[in-house]
Design a protein around this ligand. Structure first.
Ligand code: HEM
Ligand code: HEM
Length: 144
């Protein structure tokens, strides 16, 4: 249930990289345009950031497999932090399920729905993560 320090460092690094690259892509998509000979266009860094995000997503998912076996499944048997934990679990599942839509959907309309779902759910996922984490910190603080 309790995470080892080694795993915590690796997992937090992956979560931060995933979140920061997602936010960075969102920022570039909505707020950054560069002038080219053919008018204004996306920054060349935008595609790079998205590729990085996709790669970190794969790392995150392999770590998530370990988290599932060592933290989530045992956690589901108890009641502590269940609401925030389950909220994150559902968020991760939906984030994963929307990814094939980003790659393979032909219809622009459907792709936009999947893209918005992935993007805004991803941005919002920090809320249950902080709640889940801070609750633990509070319990530790009140025990001391
Ligand atoms: C995406 C899913 C989840 C993630 C990313 C996650 C992440 C975390 C993290 C980072 C901590 C702090 C660990 C530490 O500082 O040692 C934690 C603690 C905890 N989580 Fe989760 N969690 C998830 C799902 C769940 C679920 C589904 C439950 C229970 C139903 C749960 C129950 C707990 C409990 C009880 C603690 C406190 C453990 C302790 O300090 O002994 N978690 N979680
Ligand atoms: C389980 C976690 C996640 C996985 C596995 C994942 C994976 C991916 C993948 C594979 C792509 C497509 C990359 C490409 O086309 O090269 C993508 C796109 C994107 N992701 Fe994530 N991601 C996750 C979480 C997040 C989070 C937390 C955020 C926000 C902070 C986020 C924001 C975005 C955005 C803005 C896009 C671009 C959407 C579009 O193409 O319109 N993702 N993600």
């Amino acid at each position: 249930m309790r995470m080892s320090l080694d795993f915590k460092i690796i997992f937090f690094t992956a979560c931060i990289a995933l979140y920061v690259s997602g936010v960075a892509y969102f920022y570039f998509e909505h707020f950054v345009r560069v002038a080219t000979d053919f008018g204004s266009d996306q920054s060349p860094y935008q595609a790079l950031i998205l590729h990085l995000h996709g790669m970190v997503g794969l790392v995150f998912l392999s770590l998530f497999g370990y988290l599932w076996a060592t933290h989530i499944r045992p956690g589901l048997r108890g009641r502590a932090r269940k609401t925030s934990g389950l909220t994150m679990l559902v968020a991760v599942l939906v984030l994963c399920l929307t990814v094939p839509g980003l790659y393979y959907l032909g219809s622009e309309k459907l792709r936009a729905i999947f893209s918005n779902l992935h993007t805004y759910l991803g941005l919002a996922a920090i809320v249950p993560f902080v709640v889940h984490y801070v609750k633990r910190a509070r319990r530790v603080a009140s025990a001391s």
